[in-house]
Design a protein around this ligand. Structure first.
Ligand code: PLP
Length: 390
């Protein structure tokens, strides 16, 4: 039945207009139709989660921990998160007041944006930056402005560039450190200056640190480390760190008023987060450091291999990322349109993410994920070389 023929379907008011549907969907469809594809486009680690975590998940499932939990998350996981935060960034947070467990970092981001933003509010986002953030801001009726990340500055997040664009009219600044797709980071001094100005002008900062455990150059500075929570909404997730993207488990750390608002809103969205993940992670997290270190070292080797391989291809330039699980090479000498390059590489049997998805400054680039078996990187490099050099 066609939409025009159905009374009910005609009354459907699409929240998302068809023309705004993610270009990622179209890309996924094209990739699904391909056989023997080397996948370097996914936004997730393609290796195994810790064995002990899987064993714990199986055990708690058998022990009947399959029911709803409280909306904010079981006390045990919030206590484990508070201990993790203290250990990593030296700051005390209250497990009852400052922490909300969420359905991945994504739900924390959605809830934060939903409670902070009203129609017409101004938001500052990085360019290049994670496209989902831009879509979310637009869907909530807020107005996105951008601060640039410059490749010649190794993509680093320049706090001066943010401060110069930020005033009383800025409701929210989004920082993603290390960044998707560039691996850029914000320095500790930069963060401090940002928090100071945010407090002075009444702006919120959403600090998305889901890639915090993958750092290769310098130290990861967290927005949390200053212990100043009035303006900060810190978002983290187990997805990337422990290779459990499908578990959909993350968390927000923020001021009690913000956490309360987000928690109340969450009741009408997801009710609670993945119970088994919470129980298993509560036990595992205090012992998770070794895995995080191994995953980072493994990714660093892959990153270096990919970087060398890409830079050896005539016409390709790749800046080393400071962190994260992606490189963001410039292919513009070979092909200025990242969508056209995507198709060319797909025909050669390798999937990447077109740089244009990450903002105007991403054009000419492609994002390649390196948190995967090293053989995949070798094969991917071979195919890229064949596709662009011939
Ligand atoms: C920058 C960034 N933030 C947040 C997320 C959301 O991750 P999750 O919801 O799996 O925790 C992603 C996923 O790709 C991301 O790249």
């Amino acid at each position: 039945m066609k939409r025009e023929e159905s009374k009910a379907l005609r009354r459907l008011k699409p929240v998302v207009k068809e023309e705004h549907s993610s270009p990622m969907r179209e890309m996924m469809k094209m990739m699904e139709e391909k056989q023997d594809l080397i996948g370097l486009s996914a936004g997730e680690a393609n290796f195994d989660p810790p064995d002990a975590l899987i064993a714990l998940a199986t055990e708690v499932m058998k022990k009947g921990k399959n029911q709803y939990t409280s909306t904010n998350g079981i006390p045990q996981i919030r206590e484990a998160v508070a201990a993790f935060v203290k250990d990593q960034w030296g700051v005390e947070v209250d497990p009852d007041e400052n922490i909300l467990m969420t359905v991945g970092g994504m739900e924390a981001i959605y809830l934060a944006a939903r409670i902070v933003l009203e129609q017409g509010d101004r938001v500052l986002l990085p360019d290049p930056g994670w496209g989902v953030m831009r879509t979310l801001v637009e869907r909530l009726g807020a107005v996105a402005g951008y601060y640039p990340l410059l490749e010649e500055k190794r993509w680093s997040i320049d706090h001066e560039a943010i401060l110069a664009r930020m005033d009383e009219n800025t409701k929210l600044v989004v920082v993603n450190t290390p960044s998707n797709p560039t691996g850029a980071m914000l320095s500790k001094e930069g963060f401090e200056a940002l928090i100071e100005k945010a407090e002075a002008v009444g702006t919120f900062i959403l600090s998305d640190e889901v890639y915090h455990s993958y750092v290769y150059h310098g130290e990861h500075a967290s927005g949390l480390s200053f212990g100043r929570l009035d303006n900060l909404i810190f978002v983290n997730s187990f997805s990337k760190a422990f290779a459990v993207t499908g578990w959909r488990l993350g968390y927000a750390v923020a001021h009690p008023w913000i956490i309360r608002q987000m928690g109340i809103f969450k009741e009408s969205i997801s009710l609670c987060s993945f119970s088994i993940g919470q129980w298993a992670m509560a036990e595992f997290l205090p012992h998770g450091k070794e895995y995080l270190g191994k995953a980072r070292d493994f990714c660093r080797k892959n990153m270096e291999r990919l970087l060398d391989g890409l830079n050896a291809i005539p016409g390709v330039r790749c800046t080393p990322p400071m962190g994260g699980i992606y490189v963001f090479p410039d292919f513009s000498e070979i092909e200025p349109s990242s969508q056209t390059l995507f198709k060319r590489l797909l025909d050669a049997g390798v999937a990447v993410a077109p740089g244009a998805f990450f903002g105007t400054r991403g054009e000419g680039h492609s994002r390649l994920m390196f948190a995967c078996p090293t053989e995949r990187i070798e094969k991917g490099l071979e195919r890229i070389r064949a596709a662009v050099v011939g």
